[in-house]
Design a protein around this ligand. Sequence first.
Ligand code: G1P
Length: 325
Amino acid sequence: MSRMIVPHTTPTPDSDGAPRATRTVRKAVVPAAGLGTRFLPATKATPKEMLPVVDKPAIQYVVEEAAAAGLDDVLMITGRHKRAIEDHFDNAFELEQALTAKGDTVRLDAVRDPARLGDIHHIRQGDPLGLGHAVLCARHHVGDQPFAVLLGDDLIDPRETLLSRMLEVRDQYGGSVVALMEVPPEQIHLYGCAAVEPSGEDGVVRVTGLVEKPSRENAPSRYAVIGRYVLDPAVFGVLERTPPGRGGEIQLTDALQELATGGTVHGVVFDGLRYDTGDRADYLRTVVRLACARDDLGPEFVAWLKEFVAGLEEDGGQERNRLAA
Ligand code: G1P
């Protein structure tokens, strides 16, 4: 593992107003070393995390989500060909100068915003040994504190407050917290899956076991682990001795399974808006939904979309053929 930490100096104000000292979780880890093969050829020279969702790269939404939950220290676990991510969260001197000269303050803010989201650090995973290994790479940076992990492929709609809820649950119960979503049985093999018991609290469950991408027959439930975690630092010791699991990779799910057996993992059940931007169809849905929700683009885009869909319904899809011709 080669280490390359690039701390940004831009301090951010506490977004939730809470004094830092009272906050138990301040650090977020964002694994972003995957090859993005589902999106080739777009991801041949561009990291999948940098694919635009409307006009921001997907990973900016993830860092904004962390910042909105009060996490102002973000460590990206990257790999080769991920320089664009580092550049995106850095200052862009020439661009900023050009926009300043033009007096274009709106675009200037848009250029500066990513670097203002927090103290952003980068470290390289080196060998692609799996999500568990990526998280283990964060060990020295995180230290002996609980921390959040946000997977870049999973976008949680900016209007949701899942991560803040998970931080509350960690404060309440200690240990680690995973985000769970009920999925149809035929999709469970795509996810980590949790065996759960009621906790006595609405929307919160005790996780008694976890299995990475089980077959439909072997799945202990329909609760899929989605890409948000609040982890106790105890996970590092477990990850160190976790052997390669499914796909020959060191799986975070396997380490959490051991912690779950000890009764220290809870789940927050989420039924809000989540998008898998690593999946092409879901990526398209994400762009459409988030564009519709935008004040600047939304009204005009929705009007066009309605007309477009009406056209499709009228001519049984001929519209598509016309446009393709
Ligand atoms: C990873 C995790 C899996 C989790 C999923 C959520 O899998 O290993 O447990 O359910 O993220 O998106 P991946 O999608 O990276 O294969």
